[in-house]
Design a protein around this ligand. Structure first.
Ligand code: NI
Length: 134
């Protein structure tokens, strides 16, 4: 099997807080990430597809096609948005990298035309990222 990865980027704001917790508890848990008006990240999204060894095209999946799917389904909808407020498929969840990775996976997995989604990584910063494998 061959693992093929496409990286995409988006900028968005979010706020980490749980409405079930007091303001004080949210600050304890999430620190600055709980500040009322949110904050931004330059997110990176890595999508890895696994497939059979290459066919006569030399590819398992055209990376342009994969890029177009990621843009259409995900990044066009989250780029320059406030994830807590503006994005319908992120309503009702705490937009941690973990939760975002799971939601993005569930959207993308059925859209991969060749091979299978293997791994989805959401980087909030170069140091912090979440990976989901279904
Ligand atoms: Ni944050």
């Amino acid at each position: 099997m061959v693992y093929l990865t496409r990286k995409e980027y988006f900028c968005a704001s979010h706020r980490l807080f749980n409405p079930k917790f007091s303001d004080e508890k949210n600050l304890q848990i999430y620190g600055k990430c709980a500040y009322a008006n949110g904050h931004g990240h330059n997110y990176e999204l890595e999508v890895t597809v696994v497939g059979e060894p290459v066919d006569e095209t030399g590819m398992i999946l055209d990376l342009k096609i994969l890029s177009d799917i990621i843009k259409k389904e995900i990044t066009d909808k989250v780029d320059h948005r406030h994830l807590n407020i503006d994005v319908d498929f992120l309503q009702g969840i705490i937009p941690t990298a973990e939760n975002i990775a799971i939601v993005f996976w569930n959207i993308l997995a059925p859209k991969i035309p060749v091979g299978k989604l293997y791994s989805l990584k959401v980087y909030e910063t170069p140091n912090n990222f979440a990976e989901y494998r279904g």
